[in-house]
Design a protein around this ligand. Structure first.
Ligand code: HSE
Length: 316
């Protein structure tokens, strides 16, 4: 009988307006699923990838799910342990919704479920960040942390590259509308578009926005949230990579969203609402606005994913 673990991790919205590389929010879906089976041949192997249109590498050393699984095995499994991995992509690639993060996180929790279920999630975070380093060229944690822990989190810097994750309060009835245009932006390219230095008044603006945004979420003050989604740190430099951005954000506001912005490094645009019906109207308005700018898009509506990543064992 073979024992397998199935890890599941969902889409996330990093930055959330002003919180570049700091704030991240977990959605309920869509989700990536990673199935892992341990072997005794010492090899980490990706057997199959579904839902990526053939774009992701099967070489485990070049695939973030393979990297995260190997990280866990090298540190916690018996010497000589290997793994066979099946990856089902539910998230679109190059969307800014944390597609690589969802794969890394699902692989890390599935591998840990087989190797040692007691590995703390704070330790697994490091495995996921290595996946992110491979996929995006930087181990930023604002997608992997919310995918792993769920809810809204802040990434606090520690020693060197270490980080601590701070869970933040978020209203349970938030519903997000999300629209992904039919073009991709690579996170590495979107990061390369950022300047090395920024004007101090823009940094001051973003600090004030974060204080207001986090307070607005904690006190369910949507007026404050609406006022505090502005970003002068990354969005102004990335808008050129996201044709239609201004029109789509305006359309989201026009349809009743509390606020809207770039999801992670884009090109997906998120909008915050406090009920599902408004979120559906906003999603439709965003699709229409993208179309007006010359691009098809796909939209969905999701509540906040409070649970984070899951892993289940399966005997077959
Ligand atoms: N904080 C990262 C960035 C998230 O904006 O580059 C990438 O999705």
């Amino acid at each position: 009988m073979t024992l397998r673990a199935i890890g599941s991790a969902s889409a996330t919205i990093a930055n959330l307006g002003p919180g570049f590389d700091v704030l991240g929010l977990c959605l309920e879906g869509p989700r990536d699923r990673v199935t892992v089976e341990l072997t005794d041949d010492g090899r980490v192997e990706i057997v199959q990838i579904e839902g990526d249109g053939g774009k992701l590498p099967l070489d485990a050393a070049q695939n973030c799910a393979g990297v995260a699984a190997r990280w866990v095995i090298e540190r916690f499994a018996e010497p000589g342990t290997g793994a066979r991995i099946w990856l089902e992509k539910g998230l679109p690639l190059g969307s800014g919704l944390g597609s690589s993060s969802a794969s890394s996180v699902a692989a890390a929790v599935a591998t840990a479920a087989l190797v040692d279920p007691n590995i703390p999630r704070g330790v697994l975070l490091e495995a996921c960040r290595e996946g992110e380093r491979l996929a995006a060229g930087s181990p930023h944690a604002d997608n992997v942390a919310p995918a792993l822990f769920g809810g809204l989190v802040a990434v606090l810097p520690g020693e060197g590259e270490a980080v601590d994750i701070l869970p933040l309060a978020v209203p349970r009835d938030l519903v997000l509308a999300v629209a992904k245009p039919a073009y991709d932006v690579r996170t590495a390219d979107a990061r390369a578009a950022l300047p090395k230095t920024m004007p101090i008044h823009d940094a001051v603006h973003n600090m004030a926005m974060i204080a207001g945004l986090v307070t607005g979420f904690a006190t369910n003050d949507m007026g404050l949230v609406a006022r505090c989604l502005g970003d002068r740190m990354s969005t102004p430099y990335r808008k050129a990579l996201v044709p239609g951005f201004d029109a789509v954000v305006a359309a989201a506001h026009g349809a009743g969203a509390v606020g809207a912005g770039l999801a992670g490094s884009g090109p997906t645009i998120f909008a915050i609402t406090d009920d599902r019906e408004t979120a559906r109207d906003v999603a439709e308005a965003m699709v229409d606005a993208f179309l007006g700018a010359g691009f098809e898009s796909q939209a969905f509506v999701s509540a906040v994913g409070l649970e984070g990543a899951t892993a289940e064992l399966e005997r077959g």
